[in-house]
Design a protein around this ligand. Structure first.
Ligand SMILES: *[C@@H]1O[C@H](CO)[C@@H](O)[C@H](O)[C@H]1NC(C)=O
Ligand SMILES: *[C@@H]1O[C@H](CO)[C@@H](O)[C@H](O)[C@H]1NC(C)=O
Ligand SMILES: *[C@@H]1O[C@H](CO)[C@@H](O)[C@H](O)[C@H]1NC(C)=O
Ligand SMILES: *[C@@H]1O[C@H](CO)[C@@H](O)[C@H](O)[C@H]1NC(C)=O
Length: 540
């Protein structure tokens, strides 16, 4: 089919979708102001994205065999995300044979007749488009719904990513030709000029492999950044670190030098397996969480630390867990991750949206256990975990968001909720949405005071008793310290001198309880129900 025919199909598609809800409009283009990504008015925009792969051999955004594309974007909006990190293989723009194949041709060649039939049923408009046009059509669909888009060059040759020795990991590898990469970035950045909702480009996913070295990182990443910016000055230029995008520590001593300003963002990936397969299981959780969080801050988080002054935005462009809830290491990781992600208020992208893949590593219709959506793409794989992650979607603070003075919320990573309700200051204290939190302040007397009042959080001095808000002078029942290797347990002192930790009873009542795992060397001990983090906030 000719170019014009393809375009008219896409136009028809968009007209027919006009009933769909759109994300809130953000004045574009985006830029950076110190550690914040800000909109055209200088107000912080928090990227709350899902990863949506389009880089595997079919080179088509996954899931079009399960639902109409506009229903998938509807799912993304319905889950509260405002953005998609859409992945692409370098060969898509650069290999003329590949980019010109139609979806039908490519699926047939891969033996994916069944998927193709389903795609034809749900998304008939896509089957005769070339792979490049189909990719652009997805940009159109996302843009139509007001979703922001980060284009991520995930890999060179279409396929599953990544291994240390896959020859696809670092500049100069057999499948990673740096000059082809530069050309591909220029081409994609130019395509993106037509879609204002493409707000960022991740230059290359998870740099890795035996050729990894810092000098080449600066050489090529700076060149890639200049190329993208010259072709498309609207997009944020997103740079990934070494070692599977876990390490940007070298930026401590040697800043990136580019000719432009206000557009650089750094990305980091953080999974339970990022620091060794067994790291989360072979030591007490408080110690593991404390140690690994400190490492993430030292290797990447430092770029966005230091409040409003200096630094760069840090975009956690991949994190995720087995949504079945059966992976103990993932479950331990997620509570620890939630505490850090809320405290640091990072921009993020969950891995992943997809409930399934057309073809991954030779397997057809493969299930994605990390998917937010289930195998049918119609339901949620785990609505409790989704709700937890959703608590990170709203910004806690940031440039231009409100005039409110900084206060703190007391965030509970296990639920994604916060202590206390604005309208219920008396009576038992419960967990509520963080947007309804009172404005706490942790005072020099170690009390947790509702700002501007004399009310402080008061322990009953006993186990399994509700905590209360009382107007009282600081005493040992109203003084709280952060205990344990994770510094996530908030404890007061009982009458007998022992520590009493905040905990949660019956899902949402906040009580004091015997502190869990404090002196334990038992690696199976899990204190996460007692974890709370004080998070700076200016939410109005
Ligand atoms: C951005 O600023 C313009 C002009 O001041 C204003 O009309 C618009 O409402 C602002 N947009 C947002 C999202 O704040
Ligand atoms: C281009 O893509 C085609 C189709 O997938 C493939 O057969 C060919 O090897 C690719 N060419 C290069 C140079 O990678
Ligand atoms: C795709 O093209 C084929 C061959 O030209 C045609 O038979 C078929 O009807 C087209 N499918 C759609 C959905 O347009
Ligand atoms: C890298 O790609 C360029 C064109 O993009 C080509 O001229 C060059 O020969 C390639 N280098 C290698 C080592 O394949």
């Amino acid at each position: 089919m000719g170019y014009l025919g393809e375009i008219s199909i896409i136009v028809l598609l968009c007209v027919s979708m006009s009933w769909i809800d759109r994300a809130e409009a953000v004045p574009l283009p985006l830029s950076t102001e110190s550690r914040w990504i800000v909109d055209g008015n200088g107000t912080r925009v928090k990227l709350a994205c899902v990863n949506w792969p389009s880089h595997l051999q079919p080179v088509l955004a996954e899931g079009l065999d399960k639902l109409p594309a506009q229903d998938i974007t509807g799912q993304i909006l319905g889950m509260g995300f405002n953005c998609v990190r859409l992945t692409w293989p370098l060969e898509l723009p650069m290999n003329i044979t590949l980019r010109s194949l139609t979806v039908t041709q490519n699926f047939r060649q891969l033996g994916l007749e069944e998927s193709l039939n389903s795609i034809e049923a749900y998304n008939p408009w896509v089957v005769n488009l070339s792979l490049m046009r189909a990719f652009e059509a997805m940009l159109m669909v996302l843009q139509h719904d007001g979703l922001m888009i980060v284009l991520d060059n995930h890999i060179t040759t279409p396929g599953w990513c990544c291994n240390w020795n896959d020859n696809n990991g670092f500049f100069g590898d057999m499948y990673f030709n740096a000059s082809m990469w530069i050309d591909g970035l220029r081409e994609m950045a130019t395509v993106a000029l037509r879609y204002s909702n493409v707000i960022g480009m991740s230059l290359r996913n998870e740099l890795r492999g035996p050729k990894s070295n810092i000098d080449d990182w600066y050489k090529y990443m700076q060149q890639g950044a200049e190329t993208v910016h010259a072709a498309n000055p609207n997009v944020l230029v997103i740079l990934s670190g070494m070692n599977y995008d876990s390490d940007l520590s070298f930026l401590h001593d040697r800043p990136v030098k580019v000719s432009f300003s206000g557009k650089l963002v750094f990305e980091v990936h953080w999974y339970s397996f990022s620091h060794g397969r067994t790291a989360w299981m072979d030591a007490p959780l408080n110690d593991v969480c404390g140690r690994i969080s400190a490492r993430v801050m030292a290797t990447a988080g430092f770029l966005a630390a230091g409040g409003d002054f200096g630094g760069y935005p840090v975009f956690v462009s991949e994190f995720g867990v087995d949504m079945r809830g059966t992976d103990a290491a993932d479950n331990r990781f997620l509570s620890c991750f939630m505490a850090a992600a809320a405290e640091q208020d990072w921009d993020f992208a969950v891995w992943g949206l997809q409930g399934s893949y057309y073809l991954r590593q030779g397997m057809k219709d493969l299930d994605e256990t990390f998917g937010l959506l289930d195998h049918s793409w119609t339901g949620f794989r785990n609505s409790i975990t989704l709700k937890r992650i959703s608590s990170l979607q709203r910004p806690f603070r940031g440039a231009g968001l409100s005039q409110t003075a900084v206060y703190q919320v007391i965030f509970h990573p296990l639920t994604g909720l916060c202590i206390g309700h604005k309208n219920r200051l008396l009576g038992p204290i419960r967990l509520e949405f963080c947007s309804l939190s009172p404005r706490w302040t942790y005072t020099a007397q170690r009390t947790l005071e509702v700002m501007g009042t004399q009310y402080v959080l008061q322990s009953s001095g006993d186990f399994q008793k509700p905590i209360e808000l009382m107007a009282s002078l600081p005493d040992q029942a109203s003084q709280w310290v952060l205990l344990s290797g994770s510094k996530l347990q908030l404890a007061s002192t009982a009458l007998d001198g022992s520590s009493l930790c905040l905990d949660v009873f019956s899902n949402d009542y906040v009580i004091t309880e015997k502190c869990k795992c404090l002196d334990s060397n038992d690696p199976t001990c899990d204190p996460a129900s007692q974890w709370f983090r004080l998070v700076d906030s200016t939410m109005p």
